[in-house]
Design a protein around this ligand. Structure first.
Ligand code: NAD
Ligand code: MG
Length: 395
């Protein structure tokens, strides 16, 4: 039995992870679960999965949860709180694998702690890798930690790589990566209507049910931009060899083009339990609970290039990866601030790429030489974004 820590267990990926784990009870034991605010769901998860440790945001939430759990027979859970506790449970000796499924920059330090401790990392939290870049990859090779991608596209690419492939290495015979994208809910929406779309419309993804932040990122295609950066690091491939392909059906999850002309694709229903089960079972396989793919119902597979006028965020992400250093962290911070403001009703959908461009223009990238450099760049970018957003609200 392997010990599993699920960072962000109450979110969309966290819930799907626990669903898969429940299907293979002889494979994994849940060591730790963590949540930000959803203590009720975490309580239910404790009853069902009996972790040794849980982490919540505040000491008040921790004492309330402790009290509730004390009244349940046989529950002996260590209830912790705060950001440092997230890093602590990710590095516990009884943890073999860490599902990194916190959303955004908040996941960086605990995911890095798992890398430092040499854990097997199942990486959903793409923002952590985008921010820390080569620093994170260096930590993996120093500690010998393994990384298995959970993002469906990166998991697909990993599955299309040669046997014995390890994240971070370069597959020389791979000529190009074709990163597929659904195009989100606004792929064909008239451009002049985009400044009026609501958070509800932006979160109504045609193929996937996900957390709110990644849903908005999919609507702006910043999600694909972050994924280009993620892929360039995971597969040690320059961004110009990573081509984004709009594939409306979300059945092919990405492709690798080899020098002999072979193109390998990984297919399946759009169900995150498939990449999650792949990473949990790797190098074996076990059941995920996903429906078998009905190719006759799919019927057609279509491909088209992305329109960068419609999706400027994708352009900004390519720019950030080209500049390098802390620029991807700056891009990410500006995007997190902008998405948060959009979800809160403070700005328009079309302000998101404007804020990101402004913050990038105002910032100077530094070499990523320490985690402090990354965190400073993140904080400074948030300040610049905040100023812009406050001015945008007033006008
Ligand atoms: P979500 O919003 O549904 O869940 C986020 C989780 O993180 C929750 O458990 C929440 O409690 C926790 N969290 C949020 N802020 C926190 C903080 N400040 N401190 C500690 N914990 C915090 O998000 P999601 O859709 O599950 O996405 C999680 C990550 O996986 C994201 O990085 C996303 O890009 C990535 N991802 C998600 C999907 C998907 O289908 N949902 C697919 C690919 C990649
Ligand atoms: Mg993805």
């Amino acid at each position: 039995m392997r010990g599993l820590c699920v960072l962000g267990s109450t979110g969309s990926i966290g819930i799907s992870t626990l669903d898969v784990v429940a299907r293979c009870p002889d494979q994994y034991k849940i060591v730790a679960l963590t949540a930000n605010n959803n203590v009720d769901r975490l309580y239910e998860q404790c009853i069902r999965h009996r972790p040794g440790y849980v982490v919540v945001k505040s000491p008040v939430q921790a004492s309330q949860l402790r009290e509730r759990l004390n009244s349940v027979n046989g529950q002996t859970v260590e209830v912790l709180s705060g950001a440092a506790a997230l890093a602590e449970v990710a590095a516990l000796p009884e943890v073999h694998s860490v599902m990194a499924a916190i959303v955004g920059a908040a996941g960086l330090l605990p995911t890095l702690a798992a890398a430092k401790a040499g854990k097997r990392i199942l990486l959903a939290n793409k923002e952590a890798l985008v921010m820390s870049g080569l620093l994170f990859m260096a930590e993996l090779s120093r500690s010998g930690a393994e990384l298995l991608p959970i993002d469906s596209e990166h998991n697909a690419i990993f599955q299309c790589m040669p046997a014995n492939y390890r994240a971070g290495s370069r597959a020389k015979e791979a000529r190009r990566i074709l990163l597929t994208a659904s195009g989100g809910p606004f792929l064909y929406k008239p451009l002049d209507e985009l400044d009026r779309v609501t958070p509800e419309q932006a979160c109504a993804h045609p193929n996937w049910v996900m957390g709110k932040k990644i849903s908005v990122d999919s609507a702006t295609m910043m999600n694909k931009g972050l994924e280009v950066i993620e892929a360039s690091l995971l597969f040690n491939t320059p961004a110009e060899k990573i081509e984004v392909v709009i594939h409306r059906q979300s059945v092919i999850h990405s492709m690798v083009d080899y020098i002999d002309g072979t193109v390998l694709a990984q297919m399946g229903n759009p169900d995150m339990r498939i990449p999650i089960a792949h990473a949990l079972a790797w190098p074996a396989r076990f059941e995920s609970g996903a429906e078998p793919l009905d190719v006759f119902a799919v019927g057609q597979l279509n491909f088209e290039p992305p329109d960068l006028t419609r999706f400027p965020c994708l352009h900004h992400a390519y720019r950030a990866v080209k500049v390098g250093g802390t620029m991807p962290a700056i891009l990410n911070a500006a995007n997190e601030m902008a998405v948060d403001s959009f979800l809160g009703g403070a700005i328009r959908f079309t302000d998101i790429p404007r804020i990101i461009e402004f913050v990038m223009d105002q910032s100077v990238a530094q070499p990523v030489d320490s985690i402090d450099t990354v965190l400073t760049a993140d904080q400074q970018a948030r300040q610049v974004a905040k100023g812009y957003i406050q001015r945008a609200i007033k006008t």
